[in-house]
Design a protein around this ligand. Sequence first.
Ligand code: ASP
Length: 370
Amino acid sequence: MKKVLLMLSTVWLLSPVLSQAQTKAPDPGRITLVIHGGAGTITKALMTPEKEKAYQEALNLALQTGYAILKKGGTSLDAVEATVRVMEDSPLFNAGKGAVFTHEGRNEMDAAIMEGQTLKAGSVAGVTVIRNPITAARAVMEKSEHVMMVGPGAEAFAREKGLEIVSPEYFYTEARYQQLQKALQQEKSAGTPDQLNAPTKASESVPKKTKVKMKAGKAQGRAPENNIFTEGKKYGTVGAVALDQYGNLAAATSTGGMTNKRYGRVGDAPIIGAGTYADNNACAVSCTGWGEFFIRATVARDVAARVEYQQKPLAQAAQATIDKVGKMGGDGGLIALDRQGNVAMPFNSEGMYRGFIKADGKSQILIYKE
Ligand code: ASP
């Protein structure tokens, strides 16, 4: 009897390993990593050669970091976390070090990570002192019984788990601070935030000045040119999706949110199914864009659902979801990857920092519309 119990418990303990092995035999030829560094008004006209080079280098470093892990036989989860950490440590992206400022002049970050094989997920929101929010999201997934932790609680948890804690000043960058000043100025000349935020129908209690600018059908009552976050419409969220040698997918997203966001605002990035999703039965997705729309359209899950239930090819599914966001009045983009190694990177903004690398080590980095 004891022997049988022992055998049963051994099988139970080994089952995640077994199912991983059973899913697919290791195949170094299938590894793929896809990244984004945000979507928005990214055009050649607004770019300098130096800036473009800096972005290329940062994106390349992120790709090479994740690729090295996948190549060595590391998991997609390890790869997406390490890749996102590289971008969090760069001041160029709106995540970690380069996070944007809230209306009150703080940096409040969100991040999420998800594993496609187990559907395990972890996320943090509104954190202000964790150097790498993506690692905190992973700790929530692996070291707690929960999926999402916010604010001081998430920070206490990160501290307890020995993650690197920094002072809020670590996240100060002059460029982001100036972006906030610009957004505050724009907001001042466009109307009060309450006027801009409140109505869900363009006709309801909107001052005349604001109403003129609103376009019919712009959800939540705000036309893009009136939104409280405006700062040249550039989203700098970072994300990665990966496929490892074992055929397992993972997704990770990290962000400072949107410039001039109000206290306590949480975007799509840390919401499982909105900005981040991974399911071996469908695909892995990471998003960037106007978070409110991505939450309402459950974008990441929407792509996965089209793949899983409608059996749509990845590119079609991803494009259909971005079109849906566009119809709602939202903008942004996403990266998606399936178990066959198909890659999709659609966006409806002017540009999106994006790239991918395949098993042969050949990578591609793109910034503008093709
Ligand atoms: N999606 C992010 C948010 O709404 C912003 C971004 O993509 O940069 O928080």
